[in-house]
Write a protein that binds this ligand. Structure first.
Ligand code: SF4
Length: 391
């Protein structure tokens, strides 16, 4: 660390997209140019207003997410980062990521982002098959992605993430293998590989929620891949990426050595982070809160904390485990003791013993971590660490 200050990660939310994807329930929507400009002004105001409370902190990472931050021109993002750098104590080697949608990132924009100090780009590809991209409602083709990827490399970005999504309607194992193969051939430093979630309130929910229920009931789904195919995709992902030099460091995240995303690791390790922008969430010194999710209120300057919740020790312990165990190197038993002044077994001995016996958890060299089998049943395993209310 470059100084004596405590660290505070920053997340900046830019909630606008060219078009809403069919599966997306994020806080994002299309907007006209004047709304987009007014939003940036409001965000700058929030940054200046809130920074005074964080003079004791330095900023090791900034994540500009969305939405599609790359709907904004390079100069707008550069100005936004200037405002952040004026308002906060930015560490010299800070990791600064921007999420970009292929089709909105060109050479000029990428070069501008690089000059502005951004050193990591995350590109949402999802699939290399154009028919799958159309089904998802994405605005881009695979060829568009290749152009954006190339633009980022030519602008000097040497830390690129590609987001991929498996479990798509109609997807076969061979389609997913093709997506992985073509992505790996480009040699990105980082790959995030998530499974499609069917979220309420989306067009996909209307179309596929009943199919998901069939699958959960053990029946053969009509459109979505079966449980069995999903498991095959999952296992193939780990093996294929490992064979090509990508280390899985979190359930869905893979990186070449030295390229794990510092910012995202911070979420799983429960570092302090401040969310700026519409609806963004924060965790500061064990207080969770978020901003208003109502755009008109945000544009009027309503930046107060909403639903502020000071976490109890029990909640902190639960988070420590179910977030920390998402990381493949798991959690340190000593660190648990240092934070909570209780041996982990005082609360969790029966759960740990049972999960170790089932082969889902491993206890080795002072650490607890999910096994391969535990990773594929991670929702079940992590839920076991929720303590009863009287604990
Ligand atoms: S581009 Fe991303 S944030 Fe925007 S609608 Fe699609 S999935 Fe959602």
């Amino acid at each position: 660390m470059s100084n004596e200050k405590k660290q505070l990660q920053l997340y900046l939310h830019l909630p606008f997209c060219q078009r809403k994807c069919n599966y997306c329930d994020f806080l994002s929507a299309p907007a006209d140019e004047s709304t987009k400009s007014n939003y940036i002004l409001a965000l700058q105001q929030e940054i200046r207003q809130k920074s005074a409370a964080y003079e004791a902190y330095s900023v090791p990472s900034i994540f500009i997410g969305g939405g599609t931050p790359s709907v904004y021109e390079g100069a707008v993002i550069a100005r936004l980062l200037d405002v952040v750098a004026d308002a906060f104590f930015l560490e010299r080697d800070a990791e600064i990521t921007i999420e970009c949608n292929p089709g909105t990132l060109n050479q000029k924009k990428a070069a501008h982002y690089r000059q502005a100090g951004i050193n990591r780009i995350s590109l949402g590809l999802q699939s290399t098959q154009d028919c799958a991209l159309r089904l998802l409602g994405r605005i881009h083709t695979f060829a568009d992605f290749l152009r954006s990827y190339d633009a980022a490399r030519k602008a000097g970005f040497d830390n690129l993430n590609v987001d991929l999504m498996s479990g798509l309607p109609g997807q076969q194992l061979i389609d997913w293998q093709d997506t992985l193969k073509k992505t790996v051939a480009l040699r990105p430093e980082h790959i995030s590989a998530y499974s499609l979630m069917i979220e309420e309130g989306t067009p996909f929910y209307e179309r596929y929620a009943s199919d998901e229920q069939r699958r959960a009931a053990g029946e053969e789904p009509l459109f979505l891949p079966s449980e069995d195919i999903e498991q095959q995709m999952y296992r193939y992902t780990g093996a294929y990426l490992a064979a090509h030099g990508y280390h899985r460091y979190e359930i869905s995240n893979y990186a070449k050595p030295g390229y794990a995303c510092f910012h995202n690791v911070g979420y799983w390790k429960r570092r302090n982070y401040l969310g700026l922008g519409l609806g963004s969430a924060s965790l500061i010194e064990n207080e969770r809160f978020h901003n208003t999710a109502i755009l008109t209120d945000y544009l009027k300057g309503r930046f107060e904390k909403e639903d502020s919740q000071k976490l109890s020790s029990k909640e902190q312990m639960e988070e420590f485990l179910f977030l920390g165990l998402r990381m493949t190197d798991g959690i340190s038993i000593k660190e648990f003791y240092d934070q909570f002044r209780f041996p982990i077994d005082a609360f969790y001995a029966p759960v740990i013993t049972a999960l170790c016996r089932q082969g889902l958890l491993s206890r080795e060299a002072g650490r607890l971590s999910l096994t391969e089998a535990g990773i594929s049943l991670s929702n079940y395993v992590l839920a076991q660490f929720l303590l009863p209310d009287e604990a």
